[in-house]
Design a protein around this ligand. Structure first.
Ligand SMILES: *Cc1c(COP(=O)(O)O)cnc(C)c1O
Length: 362
């Protein structure tokens, strides 16, 4: 029986590459001749060791991560990092800079503030409902780190280039654009990403953490809230989310071996985003919500002439097997999330549908 699949534009959990799902399906009952499923084997087994070590090695290769960083697989999502980052990297007396570019940045700021940490919001785009990425930011030279959100999943903006902090380590929430393009790790003290947008299923969060930052953690920090705990045990201090890490391993294998690495991934993503944005820009019916120089190649946000038209659009799209196009409940409008796994065919189909819808309604 052939499964029916739709074009999935969900923001997260989101589309996975079909070959990855097929590989999971083919191996689900008997993993590598073990006679057990990946969901049944011990995380202390040779089988799982190979999975996690290969996943770590692929992260290191794709991002060219040096020995001065650890690659960690954590639970609690990106959201737990919002509080763990200041807990681990902000010893008493130190301050950190934050840039507020949307809903997720705001949450990260709140988690530092409720701990009473002396942080400073050095830039914000809240004045225009987060439609842009701030420029010419005055960073504090003595900040312990500067936290940014590389891609704003809900508002549809993305840092095209990362800001120069004058040597202060950047800490970036990359949940919705990790592995979408090549990355130069040097300016970063830490990057982290919940897997369920651009890297795998829900249940695991990838973190790449520089050793010197990890060492700043105060002695009274509980074991499970300490990055060094996971670094010392290859992310297996306690039972890791084995299945999610396995799926991430397969997605990274697909990025490396099928797509051809992050340069090729970036070219694909650029072509997809351009196809959709150039159509929206040329139309008077659809209007992009993010400033042109700040818009995201992962989450394309747009409005129609009325909320009623938007509701019709989302409903009729789904009837045409185009799912997940409703904007986040906090902003309304429409959003097409076009992560790594979304093929160009999906964008072509979407643009065709948008043309037809406009012709019918406009
Ligand atoms: C989805 C998302 C989060 C939340 O991730 P969880 O894994 O659900 O905690 C955080 N930051 C960004 C940028 C996101 O897109």
């Amino acid at each position: 029986m052939t499964a029916k699949r739709i074009w999935n534009f969900n923001a997260g959990p989101a589309a996975l590459p079909l070959p990855v799902l097929e590989e999971i399906q083919a191996n689900l009952i008997d993993f590598q001749g073990s006679g057990m499923s990946i969901t049944e084997i011990s995380h202390r087994s040779k089988w799982f060791d190979d999975v996690i070590n290969d996943a770590v090695a692929r992260v290191r290769r794709l991002l060219r991560v040096g020995d001065d960083y650890q690659v960690l697989f954590l639970q609690g999502g990106a959201s737990l990092q919002f509080c763990m980052v200041p807990m681990n990297f902000l010893p008493a007396g130190a301050s950190a800079d934050y840039v507020n570019t949307g809903t997720w940045s705001t949450k990260a700021i709140k988690e530092a503030q409720i701990q009473g940490k002396p942080i400073q919001v050095v830039a914000s785009s809240e004045d225009r409902n987060f439609a842009y990425i701030p420029k010419d930011i005055a960073f504090n030279a003595d900040a312990a780190y500067c936290h940014i959100t590389s891609n704003n999943t809900i508002k549809g903006t993305q840092w095209a280039a990362f800001p120069d902090t004058g040597g202060v380590p950047l800490v970036a929430d990359m949940s919705s654009d990790i592995f979408c393009r090549p990355l130069e790790m040097t300016p970063f003290g830490m990057i982290y990403a919940g897997a369920q947008k651009n890297m795998g299923p829900a249940g695991v969060c990838l973190a790449v953490v520089r050793n010197d930052l990890m060492e700043r953690a105060p002695a009274d920090l509980p074991t499970m809230l300490r990055y060094a705990t996971f670094a010392a045990k290859n992310s297996m201090f306690n039972t890791p989310p084995c299945f999610a890490i396995y799926a991430v391993q397969l997605v990274l294998k697909w990025v490396e071996e099928t797509v051809g690495g992050l340069e090729a991934m970036a070219r694909r993503n650029q072509a997809k985003a351009e196809m959709l944005y150039s159509f929206v820009d040329a139309s008077e019916f659809y209007t992009g919500t993010a400033d042109t120089d700040s818009r995201s190649i992962m989450n394309v946000t747009f409005r129609l002439p009325s909320e009623a038209a938007e509701q019709d659009f989302v409903a009729q799209a789904l009837e045409n097997d185009l799912g997940g196009l409703k904007g986040h409940r906090s902003v309304g409008g429409c959003r097409a999330s076009i992560y790594n796994a979304t093929p160009i065919d999906a964008i072509e189909t979407l643009v065709d549908f948008m043309k037809n819808f406009e012709a019918k309604m406009g």
